[in-house]
Structures are given as structure tokens and as C-alpha cells.
Design a protein around this ligand. Structure first.
Ligand SMILES: [Zn+2]
Length: 174
């Protein structure tokens, strides 16, 4: 099955909840260093001039998904299981769905931070789970992560509709 792919930058520009948020594209070196392809930077925990923004690695979604699975197999698996508990995930758009979820998850953090910056001061630890499934589950169960996941899950189907994947799929099969 031919998978449908897009650039992360195109997804970012197309999703209304995401395209108004300040952002910065990160380099492959930063991805290697931090092990993450997307994150939400907030002034209380990082120094970059005091403005919250989303950090993103701009790649093709197939590539983005592949790197995510290589860098953080458990985390990526947990996310996909979470998504699959709420909606059908056709194989040919799995990578796009994962990427859109990541964008919406970071948007969730961004708006949550705008509402209650204090929460991010006291509660947020940058530490990413290291490898084990137990670690990963504990990380995703933290209130800030759960909140961002919930934000993303609630909007995922609508965001995918806006991207009109069905139209792209039909074009590919013609
Ligand atoms: Zn998060």
C-alpha cells in the first residue's frame, strides 16, 4: 500500500489550532541531542527570549514517523495505541495521523501554558522517558501530558478532515 505523505511544515500551516502558534524548526542535530521531534518550549523552563513556542523537526511525515519509532519506540507505540483506541487508523495514513497528533499535542501544551503558566513552572520536568514501557506510561500519565493528549485526541479527526486525505488518496489511486 502506498502511503500518503506530507511535509510537517505543510501540516503545521494547514491546521488552524496550530498555524497561529509561534514556532521554530529544529535541526537534525537538535533532534539527535534531545531525542525529540516536537516539543513546546515555555519561558519558565528554557531560555529563548521569553516567548512560548512550538519546536518542530520539518521532514516528510514518513521520515518523521520513522525517526520517532527509532528514537522512542515505546513512546511512539503508546501514542499510536492511544489514537487507535479512539479512531480507525488506515495504514496508508498512519504516519500523517501520528504527525498531526504530535502537532496538536504540542498545541495543547501551548494553550494550556497560556491559561496557566504557573502549572508549567512547578510541574513540568523536561525528562523524557528512557526506553522502558513502564517509564513511558508513567510519563504519558502525568497530568500535563494527559491534558495535551486529550486536547489532541479531541481535535484529531477534524484536523484530518481539513487536510482532506480522502481527496489525496483518490488522486493517488487514479
Ligand atoms: Zn507533551
Amino acid at each position: 500500500m502506498r502511503s500518503i505523505s506530507s511535509r510537517i511544515s505543510v501540516l503545521r500551516e494547514s491546521i488552524p489550532e496550530v498555524n497561529t502558534i509561534p514556532f521554530r524548526y529544529i535541526t537534525p542535530d537538535e533532534v539527535r541531542e534531545k531525542g525529540r521531534l516536537s516539543s513546546c518550549a515555555t519561558p519558565t523552563r528554557e531560555d529563548y527570549g521569553g516567548k512560548a513556542h512550538i519546536k518542530l523537526y520539518d521532514a516528510n511525515t514518513d521520515n518523521f514517523y520513522e525517526i520517532a519509532r527509532a528514537n522512542d519506540p515505546c513512546g511512539t507505540k503508546c501514542i499510536m495505541e492511544l489514537i487507535k483506541s479512539r479512531m480507525d487508523v488506515p495504514e496508508d495514513i498512519e504516519a500523517i495521523i501520528f504527525a498531526v497528533f504530535c502537532l496538536l499535542h504540542e498545541a495543547g501544551h501551548y494553550y494550556d501554558y497560556q491559561k496557566d503558566p504557573e502549572k508549567y513552572k512547578s510541574n513540568y520536568v523536561e525528562a523524557c522517558p528512557n526506553g522502558t514501557l513502564e517509564d513511558t506510561e508513567a510519563y504519558r500519565n502525568r497530568p500535563l501530558e494527559k491534558g495535551a493528549d486529550e486536547y489532541a485526541l479531541e481535535r484529531l479527526a477534524d484536523a484530518l478532515k481539513i487536510l482532506n486525505l480522502e481527496m489525496i488518496r483518490q488522486r493517488l489511486s487514479e
